[in-house]
Structures are given as structure tokens and as C-alpha cells.
Design a protein around this ligand. Sequence first.
Ligand SMILES: [Zn+2]
Ligand SMILES: [Zn+2]
Length: 61
Amino acid sequence: MNEQRKIEKRACPYCDGEITEAGFPFCKPCGVTLLYCVKCQTAVKREATVCPQCGGELEWK
Ligand SMILES: [Zn+2]
Ligand SMILES: [Zn+2]
């Protein structure tokens, strides 16, 4: 049974913990609010200015 198309699991890029989503992604272990990179959808810290995954610039509003 490897035909399942599971939804991309969001994991914190900093502690590898699972991200809780309640309106916005939040990592409990890190205690930080995360945002998704608009380019690669990777969860990154709000303070980050560059996505650790794709290296793209992050522009939060
Ligand atoms: Zn974390
Ligand atoms: Zn990215």
C-alpha cells in the first residue's frame, strides 16, 4: 500500500519537530511561530530573511 498521496508533512526545519497548525504554523519545541516560504512552502522562522531550503528571499508583511 504505497499508493497513498499523503499531504506534505510540515516539520520544523530547526528542531525537526512536527508543526502544529492553528491558523499559522507553530513549533512547540522551539516555541516559535513559523511561516511558509512562498516559493517552496518550507516552514521557516519569521525572523529569517532567507529561506534555508530554497535560498529565496523571504518577504513577510
Ligand atoms: Zn522547532
Ligand atoms: Zn523556500
